[in-house]
Design a protein around this ligand. Structure first.
Ligand code: NAP
Length: 288
């Protein structure tokens, strides 16, 4: 597995498996299958409600000696906080307990709202205590990431953001490189939006290499040096998405993909009032 070295020296797999929107009763099996296929980076979040089942899939794979804990790179995330530091510390503990793990390889502030500075102090303390090997942020736009780096002693190792052919984040990539913060792509397939899987440009490129659209997209992210998370509940697609290390896209093909950039989210803008309102309501629901 190709790895990427983070700004604190920790190495992580460049391709991973995400469990967002996998129903609870399918998560453990999906995680187990993904590990069996070869994935070593597993991404969940407290707000996905499936940390426990993710941990069960991991435990089964370890118990069956498919993998050791040290070979895995397990990520979870802290949702929006009304109350600061102490609550973040408690949430990290809850994630560890739910997943049945002594430490996590990566823990992220999931959304750029609420007391992100209090939350960050808790993450830094947990990292120093050996409970988190790497820490980072998610859904921070470049300007916010720069402010966050400027105002904290410890800078994030990762910013997990939406990156896909419709929203390529080329300028953001330059800013993240400047500050040494690794980009990790969520929704690399844009969850299929704008008919990604049948896009003629991507399909045509795939034909040349005898690869699918999904494989072309993930390969493009690998060649950009971006960590990518792909989600599927189907083992055959998990295997397909993992089989991307035996070909290389030409610079002409990369250029054709670059031309597809719409430079806007296939989902929503984190600064749109109705979206922030949605997140605030979601936060109140999770606190019930
Ligand atoms: N930090 C954040 O705010 C954030 C937000 C969103 C996601 N994430 C993380 O990023 C991960 C990936 O993003 P995502 O799950 O939103 O979307 P995604 O990976 O872009 O797309 C997943 C969708 O594509 C389908 N699919 C997967 N492989 C395919 C293939 N080879 N051919 C055809 N269809 C395929 C899946 O269907 P099937 O399952 O039916 O195969 C599913 O509907 C998440 O699981 C999560 O860990 C983080």
């Amino acid at each position: 597995m190709q790895t990427i070295k983070l700004n604190n020296g920790v190495e992580m797999p460049q391709l991973g498996f995400g469990v967002y929107q996998i129903p609870n009763d399918q998560t453990s099996e999906a995680v187990y299958q993904a590990i069996k296929i070869g994935y070593r980076l597993i991404d969940t979040a407290s707000v996905y409600g499936n940390e426990k089942e993710t941990g069960e899939g991991i435990k089964r794979a370890i118990d069956e000696k498919l993998v050791t804990r040290e070979e895995l790179f397990v990520t979870s995330k802290l949702f929006i906080l009304q109350a600061p530091e102490a609550k973040a510390t408690a949430t990290i503990g809850q994630s560890l307990e739910a997943m049945g793990l002594d430490y996590l390889d990566l823990y992220l502030i999931h959304q750029p709202y609420g007391d992100i500075y209090g939350a960050w102090r808790a993450l830094v303390a947990a990292q120093k205590a050996g409970k988190l090997r790497a820490i980072g942020i998610s859904n921070f736009k470049s300007a916010k990431m720069i402010e966050f780096v400027g105002l904290n002693e410890v800078k994030p190792q990762i910013n997990q953001i939406e990156v896909n052919p419709w929203n390529q984040r080329i300028e953001d990539e330059t800013w993240h490189q400047k500050y040494g913060v690794q980009i990790e792509a969520w929704a690399p397939f844009a969850e299929g939006r704008h008919d990604l899987f049948t896009n003629s440009v991507l399909a045509e490129i795939g034909k040349k290499y005898e690869k699918s659209v999904g494989q072309v997209v993930l390969r493009w992210l690998m060649q950009r040096g971006i960590v990518a998370l792909a989600k599927s509940v189907r083992p055959e697609r998990m295997a397909e998405n993992f089989d991307i290390f035996d070909f290389e896209l030409s610079s002409d093909d990369i250029k054709k993909i670059t031309d597809l950039d719409m430079k806007e989210s296939a989902f929503f803008d984190h600064d749109a009032p109705q979206q922030v309102e949605w997140f605030m309501n979601r936060m109140l629901e999770t606190e019930k």
